[in-house]
Design a protein around this ligand. Structure first.
Ligand SMILES: [Zn+2]
Length: 316
């Protein structure tokens, strides 16, 4: 008997956290101790940061239009209030599929924790996610979008399947991290197992300059990989041989989250960083003819339906 193959649209609900998450830590750049509470939030409210320590507790929505600096970290701000180094927390929301949440802070910077998104992921996974009564919108790339800066570039291309794939390469003039590439189909599993615990890194030779410019004040071997001319200063070494490129992918996810919807497409990046990532997010939003928003993704595996069942469905 002949079977008829049907592609069933997959509808995915928006999610928030089931419960409040609380943690404390210091900011990588400001060195400030900060207490954070992440609260569940309603559908279609997105990720919002709230500066509890400022008069009127101003909200800053985590969207590309509110990015005010991309120097060594991604900072958002509006009406005089700002929150910096949001990228690893944003990556955790994006990677786990948390669409809506309120991040309450009593300081200017998201704590750096261990330099990766591992703690954020662990806390979110242990509290669990809650589905909300609204469909998630996906941003599906239909035509290529490209940004570049000197020899650095990012392409966002239409994907063959309704998926997000990433192909990221770095190339530093350094013994330890000259050329590294990371190419994967992006999934919650890839994110938590292969990207989430990759730490931020810096060069010992830059530490003094950074500090002179008021940056990396909270930086230490507890929250960053520090690389000297011929060694890695962290006692335990690396978590993955290619931890550097994995961290750059993590940063990219956090910055891409600021377009406001999960992206379906194929991303190819070479030597990118926060500034170029932000340029990409802005360009995507400005070229609305090159993508579409949809709340239904076609299932990759078509479902075989027998004609008899199809008759039943037609008359139901
Ligand atoms: Zn980072």
């Amino acid at each position: 008997m002949a079977h008829i193959l049907l592609h069933i649209p997959v509808m995915k609900m928006q999610h928030t956290l089931q419960n409040v998450i609380e943690f404390s830590g210091i900011g990588l750049h400001t060195g400030c101790p900060v207490n954070v509470r992440i609260l569940p939030s309603d559908a279609d409210t997105g990720i919002r940061f709230l500066r509890k320590d400022l008069p009127g507790s101003p909200f800053i929505k985590a969207v590309s239009a509110n990015v005010i600096s991309t120097s060594y970290a991604t900072t958002i701000g509006s009406r005089g209030a700002s929150v910096s180094t949001i990228e690893h927390l944003m990556a955790a929301f994006y990677g786990l599929g948390v669409d809506n949440a309120i991040v309450e802070l009593d300081g200017p910077e998201v704590p750096i924790m261990d330099g990766s998104a591992a703690d954020f992921i662990a806390m979110m996974e242990s509290t669990g996610l809650e589905a909300l009564p609204a469909l998630r919108q996906y941003l599906v790339i239909k035509k290529p979008i490209r940004v570049s800066e000197d020899d650095k570039y990012i392409y966002l291309l239409p994907a063959d399947d309704m998926e997000f794939t990433i192909d990221y390469s770095i190339d530093f003039a350094h013994t330890f991290l000259n050329k590294q590439s990371f190419a994967r189909l992006f999934s919650r599993d890839t994110f938590t197992k292969e990207l989430g615990s990759a730490r931020t890194f810096g060069f010992l030779k830059d530490v003094e300059t950074l500090r002179a410019n008021g940056l990396a004040r909270g930086g230490s071997l507890e929250n960053a990989i520090v690389i000297s001319d011929n060694s890695i200063l962290n006692e335990g070494g690396l978590r993955y041989p290619d931890e550097f490129v994995r961290h750059k992918v993590l940063d990219m996810m956090g910055d891409l989250a600021l377009v406001g919807a999960p992206v379906i497409g194929h991303l190819v990046a070479y030597r990118s960083g926060h500034s170029l990532n932000h340029k990409l997010a802005q360009k995507v939003l400005s070229l609305s003819g090159r993508w579409e928003l949809t709340d239904s993704l076609m299932d990759k595996e078509p479902v075989a339906i027998m004609p008899a069942l199809l008759d039943k469905l037609a008359t139901a």
